[in-house]
Ligand binder design. Structure first.
Ligand code: HT7
Ligand code: ZN
Length: 877
């Protein structure tokens, strides 16, 4: 397979001014007529050249140039292109292409495909070429007009981008609709949907007084699960006006929910297409987390209308330009809508468990990659989540107002253009009159910096010296790195818990909070006028995506856990404390020593449990131990069994020592309520379910009755699934009955059934692997449905370290078998599943050999896709 390099970027040789598409819809043979008004691109440096249009899996019926049918000697058709010779070089010309496609055979879910009875499209990144021959690249922007023709009964609803212009009836029970999108757009934002759909309608009045029609299309059976999505959309529209001054531009905003979808959602202009998972919610079918994710994803796709659609990417290397920025925007939106503290912790947790692993592994790449084989492989945690952290650092360095000025200038300069990450940073620089030359390295350097901190307090001079050293580890293709520009939010906490004034040597500024800007490999900062030695609170709010190494006593961590006013660092102190205790226990296990719990941890957790917290969701997080996956990330060689045993031991000890507190918290916060997406109620549910999780380890029949009662009587999915989870993960006598009851209750709700598959795939009991193999043969399992694959295969391989990494290697073999099957059905989903094997170097020799052998077996798959080839080969390199 061919590698594409950023350094080879050239402007397109031709432009497409107008794109007129005509679809005659049929599930197995849809006819497409594309009429493209084109001209040479004056910005192209290449002289007279043939027109090369890209296309895949298309049956070509005919080509016309300015209305004349071309004989086959005037063009050349290859596997991936249509080359038309002798097109006019000095004036506009019209190319008309007629072809057919087979949506039903399209199991890759890219281009036009069938999801149940609904026809829908997915064009990002390079799916449009599976619809018709085109200049399928984001810097070719065109005005689209789309006509859909189809059977009235099969496809009563016909949708595409923009505004509906005309519609009519045809003989043979057919009808047609024409859509016109007034905004120029690249073809990756094209969409069409056709099928038997019902619609929920609402409207939104913009800040300038325009009325926007809002429409959510779903299957009839799901009409009662759209309220939250609609409310989320209105919240997002208002938030973008208030926070960024950005208003929606079309008269209509449509969302369609589809059951078969490779990712979360897609921001097609005026016609977002969503995975049902991020639209449908009813209190009894969706958890509080589902509700939060729906609002976040609806926000994300809506925010793309400006950060992505109005201003788009010049090429796919610039993906983080729209994705990193939009993730930052959706994170802030959710923080404002829910709890800022909790949202930040959730985001950092995701970054540190998954993105840090990616950044330290064989597939590490900068947020702006410089080479790829298959662009679909670069919709990564690095491009999205680390990309958002890079934007967040700009926000920290420039302050909220400076950042907003930079955004305003960016949108003003580049509206209607396809631009680069550099253009974004240029706008930030110009609007704030700062130099971000060094900061730009974040875009080109991969890997997570390690910050080593040492401190020295001098009571004579009343100064505190802080020395920070940054190490930027080598990553594939980048053996040496330059120092980065790292903002480090800092506070100094006095023994009474108050913040000291920070007086930095050489600076006029005096403040309780300060941002240290580390730019050198090693730098010392001196704080003055400190009569008492403070405790340093560093990297507050996790102000940079780095690993912090700092010597801290357990007592110092306990102090921060009690006193740090920064909600992130306060929580972090508890995690570090627990992490240290668990790491010691892991060592005890590895050296056959008996386990005893460190009382400092128990007392710290007792203090948390007995404190009067206002934000109960935050309280629940403070009470939660670091996950096994996060703990594994901290170890040089991962010992899955020891981590699991040590963590479970700590869970049991906390349950034993804090039993009265936990019982009290459970009973005080347990209500027999139908779910409502409101902070207090969510907090109560989170807290009491964390408590139930601890208490369930006590092997106490009264607690078993509590969980069974909660399962039987729950009126909301949060409580029902939390109860089922503790029942499934303990030797509860009703385990089998409850699993069966849940299945019977929810067999007709696909998204709830996904939870049922995922819960069993992530279970602790020893029979889990057999259960997973059985579930693979379950009549409701379907390898062609990505949500189901992620629920069973994804959950098992990515969220059940204990069983996936079974020493026998059966977990690895199971996964490789699925990847080989998926390789032909859906390469994008297949290559995502390879992820769990890419970290093989982190395990012991035995497991390394087993994982490598499976990767090699995958590599030898006949007709291996580019997607799977790239991930598997880079993992082995
Ligand atoms: N911009 C979208 C990314 C995307 C995608 C979505 C659905 C299916 C396949 C896809 N490939 C790329 C989603 C987003 O980040 O908003
Ligand atoms: Zn996005």
């Amino acid at each position: 397979p061919q590698t594409i390099y950023l350094k080879d970027y050239k402007p397109p040789e031709y432009l497409i001014h107008d794109t007129d598409l005509n679809f005659t819809l049929d599930n197995e043979s849809t006819r497409v007529v594309a009429t493209l008004t084109m001209s040479r691109n004056p910005a192209s440096k290449v002289d007279d050249s043939a027109l090369i249009l890209l296309g895949e899996n298309l049956t070509l019926l005919g080509v016309q140039l300015n209305g004349d049918t071309l004989s086959p000697d005037r063009y050349l058709q290859t596997q991936e292109s249509l080359v038309i010779h002798d097109v006019p070089q000095h004036e506009k010309f019209v190319v008309t292409i007629e072809n057919t496609i087979n949506p039903k055979a399209n199991t890759a879910l890219e281009g036009l495909y069938l999801s149940k009875n609904m026809l829908c499209t997915q064009c990002e990144a390079e799916g449009f070429r599976k619809i018709t021959y085109y200049l399928d690249r984001p810097d070719v922007m065109s005005r689209f007009t789309t006509t859909l023709v189809g059977d009235k009964e099969k496809y009563p609803v016909l949708l595409s981008n923009g505004n509906k212009k005309a519609q009519g009836e045809l003989p043979d029970n057919k009808h047609w609709v024409t859509w016109e999108d007034p905004f120029n757009k690249p073809c990756y934002l094209f969409a069409l949907v056709a099928g038997q759909l019902e619609c929920v309608r609402d409207s939104f009045i913009t800040q300038s007084g325009r009325r926007i029609a809002l429409e959510i299309f779903v299957e009839a059976h799901d009409l009662d699960k759209c309220d939250h999505a609609m409310q989320s959309l209105k919240n997002a529209m208002r938030w973008d006006e208030e926070t960024y001054g950005l208003e929606y531009d079309l008269d209509l905003y449509m969302i369609v929910a589809v059951g078969h979808f490779n990712m979360g959602a897609m921001e097609n202009k005026g016609l977002n297409i969503f995975n049902t998972k991020f639209v449908l919610a009813r209190p009894d079918t969706a958890t509080d987390s589902d509700y939060e994710h729906i609002e976040g994803v609806i926000g994300h796709e809506y925010f793309h209308n400006w950060s992505g659609n109005r201003v788009t990417c010049r090429d796919w290397f610039q993906l983080s330009l729209k994705e990193g920025f939009t993730v930052f925007r959706d994170q802030e939106f959710t923080g404002d809508r829910t709890s800022k503290a909790v949202k930040r912790i959730e985001d950092v947790n995701a970054l540190r468990t998954r993105q840090f692993a990616e950044d330290a592994g064989p597939l590490a790449h900068p947020i702006r990659p410089d080479a790829y084989i298959e662009i679909n492989n670069f919709y990564t945690l690095t491009v999205y989540e680390k990309g958002a952290e890079v934007v967040r650092m700009l926000h920290t360095l420039l302050g909220p107002q400076g950042f907003r000025k930079g955004c305003d200038l960016y949108f003003q300069r580049h509206d209607g253009q396809a631009v680069t990450c550099d253009d974004f940073v240029n706008a930030m620089e110009a609007a704030n009159d700062v130099d971000l030359t060094q900061f730009r390295r974040w875009y080109s350097q991969a890997g997570t910096p390690v910050l080593t901190v040492s401190e020295h307090y001098d009571s004579d001079t009343q100064t505190l010296s802080l020395t920070l050293k940054q190490d930027n580890p080598p990553t594939p293709g980048q053996p040496r790195k330059e120092p980065l520009h790292i903002p480090i939010k800092t506070g100094l906490i006095l023994p009474d818990g108050n913040l000291a004034q920070c007086r930095l040597q050489g600076s006029e500024q005096v403040s309780h909070k300060i941002v240290l800007e580390l730019t050198e490999k090693e730098q010392t900062f001196v704080f003055e006028q400190l009569p008492q030695k403070p405790v340093i609170s560093l990297l507050r709010g996790f102000s940079a995506p780095v690993k912090l190494k700092m010597q801290r006593s357990l007592e110092e961590l306990a102090f921060l856990l009690s006193h740090d006013p920064d909600t992130f660092n306060r929580w972090e102190a508890g995690q570090l404390l627990a992490g240290r205790v668990i790491a010691e226990l892991v060592e005890d296990l590895q050296n056959d020593r008996s386990l005893t719990i460190n009382p400092v941890l128990i007392e710290a957790y007792r203090k948390i449990a007995q404190h009067g917290w206002l934000d109960l969701s935050y309280f629940a997080l403070l009470l939660s131990l670091p996950s096994e996956i996060y703990l594994a990330e901290q170890m040089p060689i991962i010992d899955v069994e020891a981590i699991h045993t040590a963590r479970e031991f700590v869970v049991c000890q906390i349950a034993k020592h804090l039993e009265d507190d936990l019982r009290g918290l459970y009973l005080d916060n347990h209500r027999d309520e139908s779910g409502c997406f409101e902070a207090k109620a969510i907090g109560r549910r989170r807290l009491k379910n964390v408590c139930l999780g601890y208490l369930s380890k006590l092997d106490d029949t009264e607690i078993q009755r509590w969980s069974l009662k909660q399962f039987d009587t729950a009126k909301n999915m949060t409580d029902q699934i939390a109860a089922l989870s503790v029942i499934v993960n303990t030797p509860h006598p009703a385990r089998a009955t409850c699993l069966d009851a849940f299945y019977r209750q929810w067999r007709d709700e696909a998204l709830v059934l996904d939870k049922w598959f995922a819960l069993q795939a992530t279970a602790i009991p020893p029979d889990t692997f057999d259960a997973v193999e059985r579930l693979l043969k379950h009549p409701d399992f379907d390898l062609k449905n990505p949500n189901r694959v992620r629920a069973l295969v994804g959950s098992f391989s990515q969220a059940n370290p204990l069983h996936f990494h079974a020493a026998s290697g059966k977990g690895y073999r199971f996964l490789a078998d699925r990847i080989i099957e998926l390789n032909t059905l859906n390469p994008q989903v297949a290559s995502r599943m390879v992820g769990a094997l890419t970290q093989w170097r982190r395990y012991d020799e035995g497991r390394q050999a087993l994982m490598k052998a499976e990767l090699e077996r995958i590599m030898s798959t006949e007709a291996i896709s580019k997607d799977v080839y790239e991930v598997a080969s880079k993992s082995l390199a």
